[in-house]
Write a protein that binds this ligand. Structure first.
Ligand code: MN
Length: 227
């Protein structure tokens, strides 16, 4: 291999509950995967197919702090289940999909909603709204071997102690195995890929100083301060 002409950038990682670090290759995010959230975003849950977009691996951040980003006056929280893959492939069957999962974490798909809205209107890509610095606060990744399949369980997000988002993993329109199978038809999934699986209803804006507590039953609470 030729010598690197600049120092190699660090490999983004998510800390694990087992004391290790999970290296991240790609971050796929599903949009509109809970019916009540589809409705609050102005869509029709019976007529819209779920769809995917991406964040950058180094947007993930386990520091417990979310710096309020520039160029936005409307930054929203979205609590989500993150699924981390230990292996991948193409055309993975729904039946085989969970065999590729290393573990799960609580995460936040922080969104510059005003910029996302402008992009939607103009038919432009969403990166400025979705894939900005530290836009993916994430808690420790916990092995599937210890937390199970997580097909149901309460999902909630409180801001300054006040309940804002609530739902249940069993309300996902596309379940985790279906998401993995679908993605593997379009992309070659590999070890290190993670999927943010969509948010329940109740998204809303945060301000500097706010304390966000995101909880998924079976995984615990991710606490993040907006700074
Ligand atoms: Mn989301």
């Amino acid at each position: 291999m030729p010598e690197l002409v600049i120092p190699a950038p660090a490999i983004p990682t998510i800390p694990t509950s087992t004391g290790g670090a999970f290296p991240v290759r790609r971050v796929y995010c599903i949009g509109r995967n809970y019916a009540a959230h589809v409705v609050e975003m102005g869509g029709d849950p019976d007529r819209e197919e779920p769809f995917f977009f991406q964040k950058n691996p180094n947007n993930l951040d386990a520091s417990g702090e979310f710096p309020y980003p520039p160029h936005s006056n409307e930054v929203h929280h979205e609590v989500e289940l993150l699924v981390a893959l230990k292996s991948g492939g193409s055309n993975i069957s729904v039946e085989d999909a969970l065999g590729h999962v290393w573990g799960y974490a609580v995460c936040l798909d922080m969104t510059r909603r005003d910029l996302q809205g402008e992009a939607k209107k103009a038919g432009r890509p969403w990166e400025t709204g979705k894939a900005f610095e530290r836009s993916g606060p994430v808690g420790p990744l916990q092995p599937a071997a210890s937390v199970g399949k997580l097909t149901e369980g309460r999902v909630e997000l409180k801001v300054n102690g006040k309940l804002c988002q609530e739902g249940n993993l069993n309300q996902m329109i596309w379940k985790v195995p279906e998401m993995i199978s679908y993605l593997s038809e379009y992309f070659e999934l590999q070890a290190g890929d993670v999927i943010m699986s969509g948010t329940p209803s109740g998204v809303g804006a945060v301000a500097k100083g706010d304390q966000m507590d995101a909880m998924i039953e079976g995984l615990g609470t991710l606490s993040v301060k907006v700074v």
